[in-house]
Design a protein around this ligand. Sequence first.
Ligand code: HCA
Ligand code: CU
Length: 394
Amino acid sequence: MDNANRYADTYNATPTGPAHIRILDSTLREGEQHPHVSFSVKQRIQIAWELDHFGVDQIEISPVISRDHAEATKTIIKQGLAADIVAHGRALKGDIDTILDCGASWCAAYLGVSDVHMRDKLRINREEAVRRAVETVEYAKSHGLKIRFTVEDGSRADPEFLARICKELKKAKVDRISLPDTAGIMLPHGMRRYVRAVRDVVGDLPLDVHVHNDIGFALANAFAGCEAGADQIHTTINGIGERTGIPTLAEVATAIHYLYKIPNEFHLDMLGDLSRLIDTYTQISTHESAPLVGTAAFKHKAGTHLAAVLRNPAAYEPIPPGAVGNYRTIVFGELAGKTGAAYLASLLGLDADKASAERLAEGLKTLHMGDILDIPLVDGAKRKVINQTGRDSG
Ligand code: HCA
Ligand code: CU
């Protein structure tokens, strides 16, 4: 079978694009900032194990929220997972102390650097912000921690001030800087400029991108940021987070593998189960048309689509559903057409000649939405219908 995506791949090719993109998953930190989401300690530990097995590079959790978060952080750190456990807190010595108390080796500290955050949230001036940022990094480093510093709301900060604080962070030997789009206001080309502006002042210091989805650009912005020199994207399972959240683990990992074609060791086939696990623990059900993991992500309805998919699923699918732990479904409803009808008959063990397939298709047209049958498409059945309609399986 030829590769149906090959010309699209040519358009997508990024000859100077990122050689490697890492994933930090923040389901246990940003994810718990989603309304009504709060995992139990046991659930946090299980989620950390699953994320580690999936193959993310870093797992973020905030021990400073409560005693129970600190307990989960300590226990997760003791598991000796392959992923770094990044303990997240404010740019305050007290938060670093809590993090140290958990036995962490990696931490992340955040501080608002936009005028609106400094003036109306923190009530500090620029000098104070620089002082706090530098002090926090020096304090963490002096205690042997690796530290990522987040210039919160950086996309809305005065670029001159942003450059200054990033320069100071580098001087203080910060290990990474996270460039967030905290209010979800960026466009992909704006995100590129934002990352490049910081890249220009910090040289080869590794940069993360943490982008919110308020207007729906988060996924595009995350990759735009990586094309401009960041090397780590923040995700959560199902994209949960403050307000409309951040890019989903499924979308980011799948894009790294299938679109950017960057070598990786992600277990993409865990994505469906991971999504359902978080649905269960949060009691928030993922929308059926959620990319990759939604129940409709590989569901085909229109007769023309069914006819094509029965011969070659690549006609209407970007990747095989099993690769991301999902499955293909055929909808037998008013749009199924003759091919769909013949296929349905074959599934029921009936021999449908042309005339009865047409009659069945007419009957399907009278179905109401509630009567529609969703049937997972299996390979054996596919071959049957192809024989029946006299088609070559190609
Ligand atoms: C927050 C801030 C943050 C931090 C991101 C990061 C943001 O919600 O408290 O640490 O990389 O969106 O700016 O999530
Ligand atoms: Cu955030």
